[in-house]
Ligand binder design. Structure first.
Ligand SMILES: Nc1ncnc2c1ncn2[C@@H]1O[C@H](COP(=O)(O)OP(=O)(O)OP(=O)(O)O)[C@@H](O)[C@H]1O
Ligand SMILES: [Mg+2]
Length: 364
């Protein structure tokens, strides 16, 4: 759990210290006061990345040049102190005061599950949103997966560069085949990882969604790779397609085959959610996936990860709100939740913080 969070020049916070408790910690306040910024800071501290922006620069309080985030945690009864500094345009991350060289040495120290309203793009948006969700989930549990993805991206990058060069077609084909061998080896590992996690997420989220919807609706997710929905079929198609598409790749100068084009099919009552699901149903689908993530991490680590819920209750009906809050309370998951109002009858919080103009005050 997180006990203490200290922010310096992060977003609209100048200097702020927050002492957190077990169970549900609510952050409430008007729009634009800094509720989401608190969750963003914690997410950044745990993952080295913002959930909202690509460039760390945007996280610095306007008019300043650096920011600092400090957090005190307890994992399996051991204290862990994490620091994240953005100093002279460079990121420095430390675990117990020792600097980490690679992100993979850091990610997964303390696991986190974050629900953001932007996650609804997982339903409505393109496949890259869904791959990002899967890859990040796998990376938290197996940090070596980050290396696998980086290697894969390098191969894709090199192959794309080759497609754009002016060498003869026969030479291009020869070189493409060499890259394809690498792409197949690394790509297959990525596919296996994704497939394994999708199966587990599917089983757990199915049950959660069923309860969340009061037994009325059923969700399913499935992996789509190489246009196939079965692992064996997609892998057996993989090397065949790599060879078959060489000429089209040369013509179109894009890479047509590989897990960088994979997708996750999310359906509700056997219909594609993006086309048919309502706002509240979309939210419930994403939420069920996030809660399934929690359960998988708990199974593996013996402890629930930290749960960050940004504006999760809007659009959920009262039954679903109640189910969610009960789910959290029954499992004693430490949760930081933003709300626009302090009086949300369904939410039984252990502490409540009022957020106003970049200042946080505990009121309960
Ligand atoms: N780099 C920055 N420096 C200073 N202030 C910033 C910075 N980035 C964002 N802000 C300010 O932070 C505020 C937004 O904070 P945040 O997104 O946490 O709001 P919120 O309380 O979650 O609001 P809502 O209820 O609308 O979601 C805005 O007022 C914005 O102007
Ligand atoms: Mg917000």
């Amino acid at each position: 759990m997180i006990n203490k969070l200290r922010l310096e020049n992060f977003r609209n916070y100048e200097k702020e210290l927050i002492l957190l408790t077990t169970g549900i910690n609510v952050f409430f306040g008007l729009n634009g006061q800094g509720k989401t910024n608190v969750l963003e800071a914690i997410y950044y501290l745990l993952t080295g990345k913002s959930y909202r922006v690509q460039r760390d620069q945007e996280l610095i309080r306007w008019g300043q040049t650096n920011f600092h985030i400090y957090g005190e945690f307890n994992v399996a009864q051991r204290p862990i102190f994490l620091e994240s500094h953005y100093l002279n345009k460079r990121k420095i991350i430390k675990i117990n005061q020792v600097a980490c060289r690679k992100l993979s040495d850091y990610v997964g120290t303390i696991n986190v599950v974050y629900f953001s309203p932007d996650d609804l793009f997982m339903i409505k948006g393109g496949p890259s949103e869904r791959r990002r969700f899967l890859d990040f989930h796998i990376a938290q549990r197996r940090p070596s997966y980050i290396g696998l993805i980086n290697t894969y991206n390098k191969i894709i990058h090199q192959k794309a560069a080759l497609l754009k060069t002016n060498v003869s077609v026969s030479l291009k084909i020869e070189q493409l085949r060499l890259w394809n061998e690498q792409l197949f080896i690394i790509g297959k590992k990525i596919i296996m990882n994704r497939s394994e996690i999708i199966n587990r997420l599917n089983n757990i989220s199915y049950n959660i969604y069923e309860m969340l919807s009061n037994q009325k609706e059923k969700m399913n997710i499935g992996y789509v790779s190489m246009g196939q929905e079965e692992l064996e079929k997609s892998i057996s198609k993989f090397s065949e397609l790599l060879e078959d598409k060489i000429m089209s790749e040369i013509d179109r100068q894009i890479i047509l085959v590989g897990p960088h084009r994979d997708d996750l099919r999310i359906s509700l009552d056997n219909k594609l959610a993006r086309n048919y699901a309502s706002q509240g149903q979309q939210r419930s689908l994403v939420l069920s996936l996030k809660l399934a993530e929690l359960e998988i991490m708990k199974e593996e680590k013996g402890e629930y990860p930290l749960l960050l819920l940004d504006d999760v209750l809007s659009e959920l009906d009262s039954f679903r709100r109640e189910y969610l809050v009960e789910f959290i309370n029954l499992s004693s998951i430490q949760t930081l939740m933003t709300l626009s109002s302090a009086d949300e009858p369904q939410v039984k919080a252990n502490s409540k913080f009022k957020v106003h103009q970049g200042q946080i005050r505990r009121v309960y």
